[in-house]
Ligand binder design. Structure first.
Ligand SMILES: Nc1ncnc2c1ncn2[C@@H]1O[C@H](COP(=O)(O)OP(=O)(O)OP(=O)(O)O)[C@@H](O)[C@H]1O
Length: 314
């Protein structure tokens, strides 16, 4: 990517009294990039988003959003180009969806004419839009919240736990909208605890722990750094697990799963050789599947290894 970062965070720390919410974070986000920020409760994710939104100022360091300081008095033009879906959205229950979005559009200083198209984009039908928000399901409220975040066609979108409480179909349609925005050049920063659903959605993952950035890279990069074992899952034709254990010896760690399925854990570099051996002179198998370490496992690994900051951070 040759374009300029939309967000630059340089050596940023944020303290609330003696509470260190964010510690020495460096981060650059590019246009057209979907970055997932993950971390335990209290890791500093929301604090970092608040800093990038200009709602708070850093105790140390510097933040540039679309070339300016988001917390400066002159930042209203920057904020108009930023969308935010907070973790807990509380809309007024007696207002209709249409009234709610009109209200937020006026607050942001953008014309309300585009609201009908926004409702269509997030999948809220006109009957629903005319109903009071107090009657909405969780999924409808979240669609309205996304429409609010998309007001003014933002160049940067912050989504804090956007899919919590959504059913799988709704989550899928949510990520489809996010992908379309990213493809159109929007920078998307997504906070989530639902790590497994981020696979295939995020171009990059930033892992936060106790206010620090402890890993930053594509899933492939983080997988390489973590060097976690890959699992080769086999369904044996004859069910002879003991025979397989003798055959594989010290080359992999064997685990028995339900239904006669066996897993062999080995280093990623040994994976292809082991699969070749199984195919050539190993036991007969009905099925073979390669299971990469999940994002949950990588996340746990990086939290256990805070010393990897330098290696994992770009
Ligand atoms: N306004 C504040 N005053 C005092 N401490 C705060 C304030 N805001 C955040 N903190 C503290 O800073 C730390 C980081 O909190 P933050 O909300 O950024 O974490 P988080 O990663 O977003 O957590 P969660 O996943 O639970 O939302 C926590 O210890 C929190 O208690």
């Amino acid at each position: 990517m040759t374009s300029e970062p939309t967000i630059i965070v340089e050596g940023v720390s944020k303290r609330y009294g003696d509470q260190h919410a964010v510690r020495g974070v460096d981060l650059a986000l590019m246009p057209g990039e979907c970055v997932a920020m993950v971390g335990h409760n209290g890791a500093g994710k929301s604090s970092l988003i608040k800093l990038m939104l200009g709602l708070t100022t850093p105790t140390e360091g510097r933040i540039r959003v679309l070339g300016g300081d988001p917390a400066s008095a002159a930042a209203s033009s920057i904020r108009r180009q930023v969308g935010f879906l907070p973790e807990n959205v509380a809309f007024h229950p007696s207002m209709t969806g249409r009234e709610t979005l009109d209200f937020y559009a006026r607050l942001k200083g953008v014309p309300t004419q585009g609201n009908a198209a926004l409702f269509e984009r997030v999948g809220l039908e006109s009957a629903a839009v005319a109903r009071r928000v107090g009657t909405y399901s969780k999924g409808m409220r979240q669609r309205l919240a996304l429409a609010q975040a998309l007001l003014g066609a933002p160049r940067i979108l912050f989504l804090d736990e956007p899919t919590t409480g959504l059913d799988p179909a709704l989550r899928q349609s949510f990520y489809e909208i996010v992908a379309a925005l990213r493809d159109a050049g929007t920078t998307v920063l997504l906070c989530s605890h639902a790590l497994t659903e981020l696979e295939g959605q995020a171009d990059r993952v930033v892992v936060m722990s106790r206010g620090r950035k402890v890993a930053d890279g594509s899933l492939a990069t983080l997988r390489g750094l973590a060097r976690l074992p890959v699992r080769i899952r086999l369904t044996l034709a004859d069910g002879d697990v003991d025979g397989l254990a003798r055959w594989v010896g010290e080359d992999a760690v064997l685990t028995r799963l339900a239904g006669g399925v066996v897993e062999l854990a080995c280093a990623n570099d040994d994976k292809v050789g082991l699969v070749r051996r199984i195919a050539c002179d190993g036991p007969a198998v009905h099925d073979i599947e390669i299971v990469q370490p999940s994002l949950d496992e990588m996340y746990a690994h990086f939290l256990r290894r805070p010393d990897m900051v330098g290696e994992a951070a770009e």
